[in-house]
Design a protein around this ligand. Structure first.
Ligand code: BTN
Length: 247
C-alpha cells in the first residue's frame, strides 16, 4: 500500500478525494494524505477536528472481492493495524472500543470511518479513513474535546514522527489485509479481541431507534457486536454509539 500517494497540504476531507479517485478506478492501495482538513468527517455525521501538521489524516482505497455485509470486517482490521502501529512506534498500548475507536486511558486517540461504493451486493471499493491524533497538545483541542480526546504526544510526553507512524500503519494494514484475504476474518478477529476494552463489560448502545444496555458478549464473524440484556435477550448491534455506563 502507498505506492500511489496523493499528498495535499489542505483539503476539505481526504475521504471526499479518495471517493472521487475510487470512482475514477484508482488502484487498490492508493492513499490520500493531507496536513490539514477543513471539513474532516467523523462517524454518524460528526465532524473530525483535523488541525495542520499535528495528526495523520489519511484515506486508503481497497477493492476486496467480498460480499457487502462483510465490509465492516475491514473497519475492525484497520483498527487492529493502527493499534499495532502505535505499539510499534511508541511505548503506548491502545485499546479498541467497538467498532473502531482507539482509546488510551479511556480517551480517544484514533477514529476510523469506512465508506463503501457498491452496486447491489458487489463492492466496488472500500474507503478507509484514518484519523490519528499524534502531536497535539491538550490546548490544541477545542474545549469540548479536552475531556474525551487525547494525542500520542499527550500520553507519552514525546513527539512522534508522523512519517514513521504512517509507514507502520500501511505496513501493518497490508500484512493483515493479505492474511484476511487468504485466511478469512478469524485471525483478524482474534487480534481485535485482544485489544478490545469492552468485552464482558456492561455497555450502553445508542442506535438510531433505541438504547440498549447489556453485557458485551463479543463480536460475530461479520463484526457485529452482541449485547445481552438483563432478560437474557441477545441484541445484535450493527451501528451505534457505545458508552460504558457508570455504576
Ligand atoms: C470517527 O468518527 O471516529 C471517525 C473519524 C475519521 C477521521 C478520518 S481523518 C481522515 C479521513 N478523512 C475524513 O474526513 N475523515 C477520516
Amino acid at each position: 500500500f502507498g505506492q500511489n500517494i496523493h499528498y495535499e497540504e489542505s483539503v476539505d476531507s481526504t475521504q471526499k478525494i479518495a471517493n472521487r479517485l475510487a470512482n475514477e478506478d484508482a488502484a487498490e492501495g492508493t492513499i490520500v494524505i493531507a496536513e490539514e482538513q477543513t471539513l474532516g468527517k467523523g462517524r454518524l455525521s460528526r465532524n473530525w477536528h483535523s488541525p495542520k501538521f499535528t495528526g495523520i489524516w489519511m484515506s486508503l482505497i481497497l477493492r476486496p472481492n467480498i460480499p457487502f455485509h462483510e465490509a465492516p470486517q475491514l473497519t475492525l482490521l484497520a483498527a487492529v493495524a493502527v493499534a499495532q502501529a502505535i505499539e510499534d512506534v511508541t511505548e503506548l498500548t491502545p485499546e479498541i472500543k467497538w467498532p473502531n475507536d482507539l482509546l488510551i486511558k479511556g480517551k480517544k486517540v484514533t477514529g476510523i470511518l469506512t465508506e463503501l461504493q457498491a452496486e447491489s451486493d458487489r463492492i466496488h471499493s472500500v474507503i478507509i479513513g484514518i484519523g490519528v491524533n499524534v502531536n497535539q497538545k491538550l490546548s490544541d483541542f477545542p474545549k469540548e474535546l479536552q475531556d474525551i480526546a487525547t494525542s500520542l504526544f499527550i500520553e507519552s510526553g514525546v513527539s512522534i514522527s508522523r512519517a514513521a507512524l504512517i509507514q507502520q500503519i500501511l505496513r501493518n494494514m497490508e500484512k493483515l489485509y493479505h492474511t484476511y484475504l487468504q485466511h478469512g476474518f478469524s485471525p483478524v478477529k482474534l487480534l481485535w479481541e485482544s485489544y478490545a476494552v469492552s468485552l464482558g463489560k456492561e455497555l450502553k448502545a445508542t442506535t438510531v431507534n433505541e438504547t440498549i444496555i447489556g453485557k458485551a458478549l463479543g463480536i460475530t464473524d461479520s463484526g457485529v457486536l452482541l449485547l445481552e440484556d438483563k432478560t437474557g435477550k441477545v441484541h445484535p448491534i450493527y451501528s451505534a454509539d457505545i458508552t460504558i455506563p457508570r455504576k
